[in-house]
Design a protein around this ligand. Sequence first.
Ligand code: SAH
Length: 364
Amino acid sequence: MAKDPDSLAKDSVKAWLQESDPRELDRLWQQANEARRNNVGNEVWLRGLIEISNHCVRSCAYCGISQCAPATKKYRMGLKAILVAAKQALDFGFGTIVLQAGEDPGLTGPWMAEAVESIKSKTNLAITLSLGERSETDLKLWRQAGADRYLLRFETSDIELYRQIHPNLGRQSDRLAQLDSMRLMGYEIGTGVMIGIPGQTWDSLADDLLLFRQFDVDMIGIGPYLEVSGTPLAGELGSRLKSVSGGGQVPNDDLTTLKAIALARLLCPFANIPATTALATINPNDGRSLGLQRGANVVMPNMTPLEYRVLYQIYPGKAGLHETADISSKKIEGQITSLGRTIGRGPGASRRLLAPIQNPIAKS
Ligand code: SAH
């Protein structure tokens, strides 16, 4: 007799995450690729990423631009520079830009609203914001100004681990609450996690994936954790957290990241899922292509002017760090077409609302 799919789900997800038999994994890759094709089609959507400020008030223990990372020169892009990058994204045929930054109160509510309005009036691009935890007032203001989407990763579903890697600041529940209220405001919402942060266990990663499904999110970003030297997680805190999780520590490798992407596709078949830059960084040869063949349908080429991009090092050696926007997007477009996929044109809105969630692939 068939088991209840939800009680099956966590065991199956955990078993898939730890699978090492290549023939079994081929089955996972095929199912994820099919689910991607059947539910979101062959188009790959390009979102131009503009990293507008590296100021940050937070102390995330893993991040290269946080308060507890070695100091870097700080910048905040002006509206003119942002508009130039946005127009470039438009000229390249992209339908969306993503404005990302550290958590920077210097990007005030009214200033950002003006920026969003100005970009909208001049380009009509879909606008995704990724500016961390912000007040309801700011979020409403930006939505009214025309912002369409918001990315806010919950980073881990393990509340205690979240607390340890975000010392003295914020709680995971604050991020989940913000995702909820942004949905009510009419944003498409995106979230995500890092794979292999010290202290992350198979159990908690399976919970992360199931939380995507529970939240029924529009966008899911999954990339490997990349160690940044000088941050607490690269030092004593990281060693301590790894020893606590014992043999259950999830590795921060490309294979595990690809499994998580494939499972996210099966759990949330209509979500927009990028082949992330972190994945392309850890596997420069074919991380991005493998992501696209195993569930992903989005790529986010970096449109940040080079002078700022080198200062926005949330982790080291970011793929495409020294390439101009036109070179990296040409390269990415070449990769996409060589996979027999087409480039999506237009905003590429979430198709999540088109049909109900299906059940994930069972693992015998
Ligand atoms: N300030 C925004 C944007 C953060 S950067 C916010 O708080 O949402 C975007 C994402 O990069 C983060 O959510 C995190 O998951 C990821 N990231 C940060 N440091 C990283 C690292 N060292 N390795 C891999 N991913 C990292």
